[in-house]
Design a protein around this ligand. Structure first.
Ligand code: HEM
Length: 86
């Protein structure tokens, strides 16, 4: 549920850029894309380009018509937030 979702700054997102632990952010939402990688019609390599970072721009450039929210609903891990300042 929504209560289990995390607030994820870019520094945390960056820690998940491996083939076996890949997260990416799209429109402010962070998804665990690991399980989806082998199923991406555009290929694993293309999708791995956005692992560990914000993929909003690349996604919009390639297929703005794809409903990512719907497709990856069960892979949602949290929301992208700005880096906490200290
Ligand atoms: C194709 C989903 C991220 C590059 C597709 C298609 C889907 C899809 C459903 C087929 C679209 C169609 O035939 O109309 C997703 C999802 C993504 C994602 C859910 C995010 C998790 C990306 C990113 C890139 C990318 C970040 C680029 C870096 C491509 C390319 C194709 C494609 C090039 C065309 C493949 C072809 O038809 O030969 N993707 N995609 N995708 N995707 Fe993605």
């Amino acid at each position: 549920g929504v209560d289990t979702l995390m607030r994820i700054p870019p520094s945390e997102l960056k820690l998940h850029r491996r083939r076996d632990d890949a997260w990416s952010a799209f429109n402010g939402k962070v998804y665990n894309i690991t399980a989806y990688l082998p199923f991406h019609p555009g290929g694993e390599k293309e999708l791995m380009r956005v692992a560990g970072r914000d993929g909003t721009k690349l996604f919009a450039e390639t297929h703005a018509w794809v409903n990512l929210d719907f497709m990856l609903d069960s892979c949602l891990v949290g929301f992208l937030v700005s880096e906490p300042s200290d």
